[in-house]
Ligand binder design. Structure first.
Ligand code: SIN
Length: 484
C-alpha cells in the first residue's frame, strides 16, 4: 500500500507551510494496530514551538487563500474528492490499520468523507450576502459573510477521514486557513489526506497538520494567539467544556460537536423487523464508537420479547475479527482503555440487576476486541444509561407509555441524536418534536449525510456541520450601512 509505505518510511512528519518536519524537540507518537496491539509506526508529536510555526504558516497563507476565487477553491475540493474516491481502497486499509474497523466500513467511511469535499466544492460558490433598504428608508443594509480566519480543527479517532473532511471541507470553501490536530490514536489518515490536498492543488500553508500527544501544552497556546479566530472540535463533552473555557477567555468563535447518549425507541406499533435492522445499524455502525450510536434501547413492553429475541440473534451473528479479514463485520475497539470501559460498563450494569443476553466479555485473543453485547432487564436507574458507551454494548429498557418514554429519553444532559420506530407517522412527528436532540432518525438507523445539518443541543454541542450551515460556521457576517 503506497500511502502506508510512505508513512511508515518516515513520512509521519508534521505538515507545516508545505514542509514535512520532525517535531522541534524530536518527540513522537507510536501508532498501534488495535487488532494486534502492536506498533505500526511512529509520527511526529508537535510541541509548543511547532504549534507556533503552524500558526505562522496558516496566518501567512490566509490573505491569499481568502482572496482565491470561490470557484478555484471549489475546484481544488472537487479534485480532492476525485482523488479520494480513486484511492478509496488505500485509504480504507489505512483506517483499518490505525483505527480497527472492518474494511467494508472503512471503505464506506472514505466514500462518506470524500462526499464532504464534493459537497463543499459546490457550496464554495454559494456564499451569498443580502441587501435591503432599511425600514426608515435612510440607508441600504448590506450583509456579507467573510472567512472567520485562521481556524484550529481538532478531530477524533472514530472516523479518521470523515471527521477531518467535515471540518476541512467547509473551512476551505469559506476561505479559511487552518491548523489541524488529529487524534493521537489515528494521525496517519489525516497526514495522508493533507498530501492528497496538496496533490489536488492546495497552496502551501492553507492546511497545517500537527499530531500531538501534548494537547494540554499546545491547544491553550494556539487559542491564546490573537491570529486564531475559530475552534472547531469533535470529541467528548468533558474535553469540550475545557476547550470552551479556554476559547471563552479569548472570545474565540466555537463549533463543538460533543458527546451523545442517544435513545433508540421502539413503539408497540413499529415494524419490528425494520426496528431490529435499524437498531443494528444505530448501535453497531463503527462498532458503536460513534457519538450518534444508539446508547439506550427503549422498547415498548408489549413488543419487548419479540424485539429482544431478534436483536440478540442479530448481535450473535456479527462476525468479530481483524478488520482486513474477509467476512468481518466488527473489528476491535480503538485501544485498551476502550476495551476496559466495556468490561466496566457491563460489570456495573449486571451488579445493578441487568442480565447479559449476548456477549458480555472480551474474547480470549490479542487486540482490543469485545463481543457484541446485549443487556436485558435493565432498570431505569442503571448507571450505564447515563454513560456514553462508545462500544458494542446495548442495554434494553422497557416502557409503557409515550409520555414516559419521552421523559426517559430526555433525562440526560446530552442531546445529539435519537431514533424512533413507529408506523404511526403522526406519533412519529409528535415525538420527534418533543425529544431534546439535534437529530432524529424516524424509522431510520442512520442519518449521516454531507447535505444534512449534523449537530446537537444541550451539552452535545454548539453549531452544525454539513449542509449549507456547515460553511456558515467558518464565516462571519459583516454589516455595511451604505448610502449612494
Ligand atoms: C460521529 O460519531 O461524530 C460522526 C457520525 C457520523 O458522521 O455519522
Amino acid at each position: 500500500m503506497e500511502i502506508l509505505d510512505r508513512l511508515i518510511d518516515g513520512d509521519g512528519r508534521l505538515r507545516i507551510g508545505g514542509e514535512r518536519i520532525t517535531a522541534s524537540d524530536g518527540s513522537g507518537i507510536d501508532v498501534l494496530d488495535p487488532a494486534t496491539a502492536e506498533v505500526i509506526t511512529a509520527v511526529a508529536s508537535a510541541g509548543p514551538a511547532d504549534a507556533a510555526d503552524a500558526i505562522d504558516a496558516a496566518d501567512s497563507a490566509a490573505v491569499s487563500w481568502s482572496d482565491t476565487a470561490p470557484r478555484e477553491r471549489g475546484e481544488i475540493l472537487r479534485r480532492a474528492y476525485e482523488l479520494m474516491v480513486n484511492r478509496a481502497n488505500e485509504f480504507a486499509e489505512l483506517i483499518v490499520l490505525e483505527m480497527g474497523k472492518s474494511f467494508v466500513e472503512s471503505r464506506g467511511e472514505v466514500l462518506y468523507a470524500a462526499e464532504f469535499f464534493r459537497w463543499f466544492s459546490e457550496e464554495s460558490v454559494r456564499n451569498i450576502g443580502t441587501i435591503q433598504l432599511s425600514p426608515s428608508g435612510d440607508k441600504r443594509i448590506l450583509s456579507i459573510d467573510q472567512p472567520v480566519g485562521v481556524s484550529l480543527l481538532i478531530t477524533p479517532w472514530n472516523f479518521p477521514a470523515a471527521m477531518v473532511t467535515r471540518k476541512i471541507g467547509p473551512a476551505l470553501a469559506a476561505g479559511c486557513t487552518m491548523i489541524l490536530k488529529p487524534a493521537s490514536d489515528t494521525p496517519l489518515t489525516a497526514l495522508a489526506m493533507t498530501d492528497l490536498l496538496s496533490e489536488a492543488g492546495l497552496p502551501d500553508g492553507v492546511v497545517n497538520v500537527i499530531p500531538s500527544n501534548r494537547s494540554s501544552m499546545i491547544v491553550p497556546k494556539i487559542l491564546a494567539d490573537p491570529r486564531v479566530r475559530k475552534l472547531s472540535f469533535t470529541g467528548s463533552t468533558e474535553v469540550g467544556k475545557i476547550l470552551l473555557r479556554e476559547a471563552g477567555s479569548h472570545v474565540v468563535n466555537c463549533s463543538m460537536e460533543l458527546g451523545g447518549n442517544s435513545p433508540f425507541i421502539v413503539f408497540d406499533d413499529a415494524d419490528i423487523e425494520a426496528a431490529v435492522e435499524g437498531a443494528m445499524i444505530a448501535k453497531m455502525r463503527n462498532g458503536g464508537q460513534s457519538c450518534v450510536a444508539a446508547n439506550r434501547l427503549y422498547v415498548h413492553e408489549s413488543v419487548r420479547d419479540e424485539f429482544s429475541r431478534a436483536f440478540v440473534t442479530a448481535m450473535e451473528e456479527v462476525q468479530l475479527g481483524p478488520g482486513m479479514d474477509p467476512g468481518v463485520d466488527l473489528g476491535p475497539l480503538v485501544n485498551f482503555s476502550a476495551q476496559q470501559d466495556m468490561s466496566e460498563f457491563v460489570g456495573s450494569s449486571t451488579a445493578s440487576g441487568s442480565t447479559v443476553a449476548a456477549g458480555g466479555r472480551a474474547p480470549d485473543s490479542p487486540g482490543f476486541f469485545y463481543l457484541p453485547t446485549v443487556l436485558t432487564e435493565v432498570g431505569n436507574d442503571d448507571p450505564i444509561l447515563s454513560q456514553e458507551i462508545f462500544g458494542p454494548v446495548a442495554p434494553i429498557v422497557t416502557f409503557e407509555s409515550e409520555d414516559e418514554v419521552i421523559s426517559m429519553a430526555n433525562d440526560t444532559v446530552h442531546g445529539l441524536a435519537s431514533y424512533l420506530y413507529t408506523n404511526d407517522l403522526t406519533k412519529g412527528m409528535r415525538v420527534s418534536e418533543a425529544i431534546e436532540s439535534g437529530m432524529v432518525g424516524l424509522n431510520r438507523g442512520v442519518f449521516s449525510d454531507p447535505a444534512a445539518p449534523f449537530g446537537g443541543v444541550k451539552q452535545s454541542g454548539i453549531g452544525r456541520e454539513g449542509a449549507h450551515v456547515g460553511m456558515l460556521e467558518f464565516l462571519e457576517t459583516k454589516y455595511i450601512a451604505a448610502d449612494w
